[in-house]
Design a protein around this ligand. Sequence first.
Ligand SMILES: *Cc1c(COP(=O)(O)O)cnc(C)c1O
Length: 358
Amino acid sequence: MPRSTVARIDLKALRENYRLASELASPALAMAVVKADGYGHGIVPVAQALANDAPKYAVACLGEALAIRDAGLRQPVVMLQGVHAPEDIELCARQGFEPVLHSRHQVDWLAQTEARPTFWVKVNTGMNRLGFLPGELSELMAKLDAIGARSGLQGFVTHFACADDRDSPMTAEQTARFEQATAPWPELMRSVGNSAAHFIPGQPLFDWSRPGIMLYGGSPLVGKTGPELGLKPVMSLEAPLITTRTVRAGETVGYGAGFVVEHDTRMGMVAVGYGDGYPRHAGTDTPAAVNGRRIRLIGRVSMDMLAVDLSNAPEAREGDQVELWGQTVGVDEVARCAGTISYELLTGITARVPRDYR
Ligand SMILES: *Cc1c(COP(=O)(O)O)cnc(C)c1O
C-alpha cells in the first residue's frame, strides 16, 4: 500500500475562490496567478480547473507558461518576471505568452529580434523590485516606437508592497503614482492588485487584477484567515497516525529532548515531516486535527514524522488520518505558528507528497 500522506486538492473550492476574486475585481478582469506549480497545488490541474473562467493566466517564468500550453490550454499567459534570455522572445510571440518588460536589457533584446510578442511594461511605484521609474516612461515609450515594438504593448503593471496591511498608506500612494505615471497613455491597459488588494475597500484595480494566494484559500491579509475572508480551503494535507503510546510524566519527546511531558500523555506519531514540506519551525502547540477534533503538535518536527498529543482525541487509533491543515485547521493558523505565511507552506509541499484531486 502506498504511504497515505497526501495533499487532497478540492478543485471546486478553487473555482469558487476564483469566482470571488472575479466579483471583487469587477469591472477589472482577474488573471489567475498559477506560478510556483499553482502555489504547490499542481499548475496543470489548477489551470485546467480554471480554464472556463479565467481569461488569462499569470506565471513567473517561461517553463511555467510552457506547462500551461503543453496541457493544451490556449489562454494568454502573462510572464510576470519577463524573459531571462533574448531567444525566449520569439517563443513568447509564437506561444501567446505576454512577458513583462521591466529593465533596459530586455528592451535591447526586443530591438535585436523581429519577433513581436504582446507584452506589458512594469512600473516601479515604490516596491523597488522590478520596473521602470515613472520618470523613465516617456523615454522608454519613445524607444519602443523607434524599434517598432510599440504595437505589441498591451499596458502597464505595478505591484504593491503593503497591500496586506490595510492601515498602510503605501498602497494609496503607489496607486496615485501609477495613475499619474500612466495617464499620458489612456489607450493602454493597466494591471495592479495581488489578492490583498481585492479586499481593500475602494481600491481601484483598473483593467486586470492578479489574484494568487486567495485562489488557494490562503489569506493575503495580516491577522485574517482565509475563511474569515470568505475563502474556501483548497488543500488538505493529511498523513496517518503510524503509532500511538503513552509517555510518562518527566519523559521527553523527539530530537533535542526539547519537550518534557508534564503528566502521563497519550501521544501519536504522524507520517509527515519537513521532508514533505511541513514546516520544521512549527513548534509545540501548533494545531492539527484527527477525526474532526483539534489536537496539538509536541516536540520538534522531524524529516519524516512529527509527534502529536492525543489527549484531546482519546478515540484516535493507528491508521487514522491526521489533518495537518485543511477544513478543521486553517493553513494560515499553521503558518502563524511556524512564523511564516500560507504561501510558503503551500508552495513548499515536496514531490514526495502525491496530490489527490477531486
Ligand atoms: C505572485 C504575484 C501576484 C499574486 O500575489 P498574491 O499575493 O499571491 O495574490 C501578483 N502580481 C505579481 C507581480 C506577483 O509576482
